[in-house]
Structures are given as C-alpha cells and as structure tokens.
Design a protein. Structure first.
Length: 282
C-alpha cells in the first residue's frame, strides 16, 4: 500500500539538536522538500513533554548533546511510551553509536556530516512506515469497536429470541455438550428423563404420571445423534388417568468452528382443553 505524497509531507516532525546550524540545515532541507509540519527544539529535556502533547510522526534526535544526551532522551521516551511505536531517527557522527541507538529503541539513523539525499530518503521511508503503522492502529481500533458492537447486538438478539421463545412455548431447555441442563423452564427433566434414575426421579415420575417411553426414546435418540427435530409428539398418562399431549422441537448448538456445545428445545402442550361452561343468563 502506497500513501499519498501529500499525507507524508504533512507529517509532524520534531528536530532535536543542540547545534543551531544543524537545526537550520534540517529545517531548510525538509522545507524545500515540501514538509510542512516542522518543529524544532535545542532543549533535550523538553522532548518528552513535546511528544506527549503533539504525538510526532517522526523525531530527528541528535545523540551528542550537553546536559542530557540522545540516549537519555531515548530512555525517557521509551518509559513514556512503553507499549507503543517509538518514531525516532538518530543523528550521529560516531559509527559506534549507531548499533547502541538501535538497541535503545531508535528505528533508524542518519550519519553526520549529512548526505542530503540520504537524509531525505531515510526520512521519507521512515515516515511512510510510521503513517502506515498509524493507519493499521486506527483500522484495528475500528475493527475492535465493530466487533464489540456486533457482539452486544448478538447478545441482545439472543436474549430477545430466548424471551420470545419462552413466551411462545410451555417449556424450554438448554444443555451443554455433556448433557447437563444450563437453562430450564417447565417439566423438562422428568419429560426427557435426562437427569438420572435415582429414587427422587422415580418418585417424581410416579407423582406426575407415566410418560410414553416409545416417544421419549425417539427424542432422546435424536439428541444423542445431535440431530434437529420438529414437532415430535410426546404424551403422558397422569396419575388420575387423564392424558396430556405435547409437540416437542429441538436443535443442536454449534460454534462457528462447527464444535458441538449443547442442545436447546421447546415444547408446547396440545392437550384439548375442555369447553368453557356456558355463561349464565341474567
């Protein structure tokens, strides 16, 4: 991806050098090349504050300065910007300082005395990389925000779906991949017989009546095979001899990577209701 030239020329650049002649040379060189966002300082102690306030796209940093040298400035910038990109290009006349500066966090170097073509080329290339990095950061932030918004929408939609499902059915259930219920509304455990065969379950079965085991086996087989089912009949004979009839639907739940994570289903009672007694005449 190639950036528009005008975007590179508008980049914010800070020149840090204790020699006024070097500052003027770089300002003139960069100004003639079309750069418009130039700032300069001869006070190395103020670099961190300037960068904090203006977030420069590039800092041209002299290494040999009295009071606070370039390595100390680099260390202070690193401490201030511990997890971010440090856009520093060092200026040095000492070949031995180049590797040390790169190890200290500088991204590139320019040798003194200046080769004007080298200065312009290195600055242009570094700014292009820096501005592309900024674009990537901005894109990632937008992407992260979009993902968060979509996740919130999906959760809200899922909650609404669950609520509508519960309102539209007589009972509802969800279970995890191990068959353990995670959400239950209605007589699901006794209906499906999925929670064990202990004495408490048997006692409950006796109180509520006998479920049709053939119908129950069909539903349990579909769940075991991780198959969806729609409106399967389900019924029981109550302790008083009356009958209840249901229609049961269910579906397996998979992640986007197709990993099975559970089951969910609903049931609606279809038992014919006795007719309402006629209204008394006034």
């Amino acid at each position: 991806m190639k950036l528009p030239e005008e975007e590179i020329l508008a980049a914010r650049i800070l020149i840090v050098d204790d020699q006024e002649a070097n500052v003027r040379l770089l300002q003139r060189l960069l100004g003639d090349a079309g750069y418009t966002g130039l700032t300069a300082t001869m006070d190395p102690a103020g670099v961190c504050a300037l960068h904090r306030d203006h977030d420069y796209d590039l800092i041209l940093l002299d290494l040999q300065m009295p009071g606070m040298d370039g390595f100390q400035v680099l260390a202070a910038l690193q401490a201030q910007n511990a997890v971010g990109y440090l856009p520093v290009l060092v200026l040095t006349a000492q070949p031995a300082h180049k590797l040390r500066a790169l190890q200290a966090g500088a991204k590139d170097f320019i040798s003194k005395p200046f080769d004007l073509l080298e200065v312009k080329t290195r600055i242009h290339n570094m700014l292009e990389v820096r501005l592309l990095y900024r674009r990537l950061e901005a894109h990632n932030q937008i992407l992260e925000q979009t993902v968060q918004e979509r996740t919130a929408q999906l959760r809200e939609s899922e909650a609404r779906y669950r609520r509508l499902t519960e309102l539209a059915s007589d009972w509802y259930w969800e279970e995890d991949e191990h068959g353990r219920f995670t959400r239950v509304s209605g007589p699901v455990s006794e209906m499906l017989g999925l929670q064990g065969d202990g004495a408490a379950d048997l006692a409950e079965e006796e109180r509520s009546g006998s479920w049709n085991e053939t119908e129950r086996a069909v539903i349990r087989a579909a769940i075991a095979a991780r198959q969806p089912f729609i409106d399967l009949p389900f019924s029981r004979v109550n302790a008083d001899g009356s009958q209840q009839h249901y229609r049961v639907s269910g579906e397996p739940i998979f992640t986007p990577a197709c990993r099975f994570i559970g089951y969910r289903g609903i049931g609606v009672e279809t038992t014919p209701r006795p007719p309402s007694p006629p209204a008394a005449e006034g």
